[in-house]
Design a protein around this ligand. Structure first.
Ligand code: ZN
Length: 163
């Protein structure tokens, strides 16, 4: 008997769209489905909760509200800074990304959303924050996690973490 409570590794193919039906991401153009271990935060909480009810071979469209996906859009994370504050100030363009400290001292990825002369407008929200998402999923495999996977906190093998 394992001392750890058993955890499952679930492999699934998905196509992620927003509510307008635009494709944001898909696993279907790669050979391997995506694999995650339950309870490790590898996928968004709303998706994980719905996936837990499915069996191998099930196909579903799962809708996840913004709050259960990448969070609501936080206006506090839109900030204006002088151009001189960022690395390579003379080459900055809309869409550039870099890491910086957020309001609670956490490291966030900021995107440049506007360049106005010497002022830049940055957005530290996840690009999918505030979006309700639709996952069109097909469950390919469900198995127990190995002791090594439980120790690492992520799925290994096809579609999982490679070291
Ligand atoms: Zn590992």
């Amino acid at each position: 008997m394992a001392l750890n409570p058993s955890k499952r590794v679930i492999s699934f193919h998905y196509t992620l769209t927003n509510v307008e039906g635009e494709v944001i991401d898909t696993s279907r153009d790669s050979h391997d489905p995506f694999a995650y271990m339950e309870g490790t935060g590898q996928i968004s909480p709303g998706l994980e909760k719905s996936m837990a009810l499915l069996s191998v071979g099930d196909k579903r469209v799962i809708e996840v509200e913004a709050a259960d996906a990448y969070g609501e859009h936080d206006a506090e994370l839109i900030v204006e800074v002088p151009r001189s504050k960022i690395p390579n100030p003379e080459e900055v363009e809309v869409g550039d990304q870099f890491q910086a400290t957020g309001p609670n001292d956490e490291m966030l990825l900021f995107r440049v959303i506007e360049v106005n002369g010497d002022q830049l407008k940055l957005d530290g929200n996840h690009p999918l924050a505030g979006e309700k998402l639709k996952f069109d999923v097909e469950v390919m495999q469900i198995r127990d996690a190995t002791a090594e996977e439980i120790a690492h906190g992520h799925a290994h093998g096809a579609g999982g973490h490679h070291h």
